[in-house]
Design a protein around this ligand. Structure first.
Ligand code: PSU
Ligand code: MN
Length: 304
């Protein structure tokens, strides 16, 4: 028996057959500082409601898998210290041992599948880190996309990652990578990168149809939708490149490894941009939430 706890609004949405959008919680505990983390999470949930769907923020708390958080639960998680970051490898152990953990993209996809939710909005996915040829640091998010049937809307991959290698692994794993409304694969803080995504779609309906067709064909796995950051919120890549390089060399010098790498880099980039990276991050997550809400509703319409 999996101890799942649905929030009030998710319980009602399930009963009424409404469109639901999953949200992760590592972005809350490890991706943004308090109080902006809680404010942003609440704002993103509201964006999903305003766009006609219902938000389900995932987390493991005290040995229960939460599908949707009440406002006080979100507050508590956002202020908690030393919350574990759980991915595919540890979500079961954390739950079984009565633990508390924030879900990564991979773990949120697993929770979404268990709850019958097909669409998930986040900021950036994990990927292949720079120097992966020696560190072997490749996020479990990529393999999750290959095996769990959830469409994930993100703003592409961060420049802290090796984007060409990330796209190669996604291709090897058979994950559809779809740029929304443009050819270029967006690079998180910048709307454009030097690479094109393998697929381009211009409407939420096309994305939902492709998701449904994958299911019908019995293909495992989800889709990655890469939605460019709104133009006015971008930070030019030239400006960030030296900052990312500095953050990366600090991580190397301090011997940061494993799960610690992504949170360390995000925190240093926040410091070195004096918070501007966070402003951009908030704008793009909200943008992704709105697109995910549209896709979830199209998918509901197809499912009838
Ligand atoms: N990238 C971001 N912000 C984030 C993360 C990634 O721009 O908050 C988080 C997500 O939860 C993602 C996780 O699933 O980090 C990836 O961690 P790792 O690289 O250790 O797999
Ligand atoms: Mn990693």
């Amino acid at each position: 028996m999996i101890p799942i706890k649905y929030s009030q609004e998710v319980t009602e949405a399930r009963a009424a057959g409404r469109a639901i959008v999953a949200l992760e919680s590592t972005i809350i505990t490890h991706g943004m500082p308090y109080p902006q983390n809680v404010e942003t999470a609440a704002q993103v949930e509201q964006d999903i409601r305003d766009a006609g769907a219902v938000p389900a923020t995932m987390a493991v708390m005290n040995g229960k898998l939460y599908v949707g958080l009440e406002a006080d639960e979100l507050q508590a998680l956002g202020q908690a210290k030393d919350v574990a970051k759980v991915s595919r490898a540890d979500i079961a152990a954390c739950t079984a041992s009565g633990g508390t953990g924030a879900t990564t993209v991979a773990a949120t996809m697993i929770a979404a599948r268990l709850a019958g939710i097909s669409v998930f909005a986040t900021g950036g996915i994990g990927g292949v880190h720079k120097g992966a040829e020696t560190s072997f640091d490749i996020s479990a998010d990529l393999m999750e996309l290959a095996q769990t049937p959830v469409t994930v809307v993100a703003a592409g991959a961060k420049a802290i990652l090796d984007i060409p290698k990330t796209l190669e692994v996604l291709e090897t794993q058979g994950v559809p990578v779809i740029s929304y409304g443009q050819d270029s694969f967006p690079a998180f803080w910048s709307g454009q990168s030097d690479l094109n995504a393998p697929l381009r779609m211009d409407t939420a309906k096309e994305i939902a149809s492709a998701h449904a067709m994958r299911q019908a064909m019995g293909l495992n796995g989800g889709q990655l939708v890469a939605n460019p950051i709104p133009t006015e919120a971008q930070i030019p890549a030239e400006e960030l490149a030296p900052i990312i390089a500095q953050a990366q060399s600090e991580a190397d010098a301090q011997g940061i490894s494993g799960k610690g790498v992504t949170p360390f880099l995000l925190q240093r980039i926040f410091d070195l941009t004096e918070g501007r990276s966070l402003v951009a991050n908030i704008a793009l997550v909200r943008n992704n939430a709105r697109l995910a809400a549209a896709i979830a509703q199209e998918l509901n319409a197809i499912a009838g």
